[in-house]
Design a protein around this ligand. Sequence first.
Ligand SMILES: [Zn+2]
Length: 69
Amino acid sequence: MKTLLLFAVLSFTVAHHAADTVYICKGSKGKKYHLRSDCRGLSHCSHKVVKMKLADAQKEGRTLCGFEK
Ligand SMILES: [Zn+2]
């Protein structure tokens, strides 16, 4: 049962990324977005980490975080 649950979680994660959801550190001066919520760049975020659509992040002039290129 545990294996099944893990598979379900992984499937959800993959589907989630396909939806172009990115993570940003709201309130920071950084103009970056992150593909992973556990990215090294976000671990330094002292503000709130929020999810948003990739297109919206790019509209704000954000670029992909250097750790994820
Ligand atoms: Zn990042």
